[in-house]
Ligand binder design. Sequence first.
Ligand code: URA
Length: 212
Amino acid sequence: MTDQPLHGFRLVRHPLADLKVSALRNKDTPPPEFRSRLQELSQLVAYEALRDFETEPVTVHTPLGPAPGARAARPLVLVPVLRAGLAMSDGILRMFPSAAVGHIGMFRNEQTLQPVSYYFRLPPDAAQAHVLLLDPMLATGNSLAAAADRLKKEGIGKLTCACIIASRQGVERLRAAHPDMTIYGAALDDALDQRGYITPGLGDAGDRIFGT
Ligand code: URA
């Protein structure tokens, strides 16, 4: 765990975020609570990650008269990497219900730690959208780099990555492949183990979300 700044990585600093990260790290947190904390934390990370989300001015009419307001200037598309990313999109959708959701299915070959893609689907207006790529664990960075490659091949213009816990190595790998993509997260850990898991991290996010 580190507070050292890392280029291209924005650490969400807030006491609420710290409390929720601690609950996620705790090995005794059961799946229902783990899911809830992860969804809430995803909202806090998205709040920062969408700071440059483009809006345009509109006039809204309150019961007492006109008021200046804002509306989205482009669609928001959430793209969770299956399966752990789903808990992040579930949380963010509560805050932004009109977002569309694409999906990227990838698993890691446990020998090579390289990603294997098995599913890819995007909503039709994704190329014009601000796309938020979601995976709670930015570990080696290989899966997210491959996911971002694939999204860019589809012509995605505005791409931001949101995770919960990142490793230093993963951020460096992802930024080397995609220097134009800013990465947001709620914690930055220093190490990976031989299996490519973040240490201390929180374990296997998918297993802890789904109780597998
Ligand atoms: N995926 C996880 O769920 N946890 C890690 O630490 C790394 C990848």
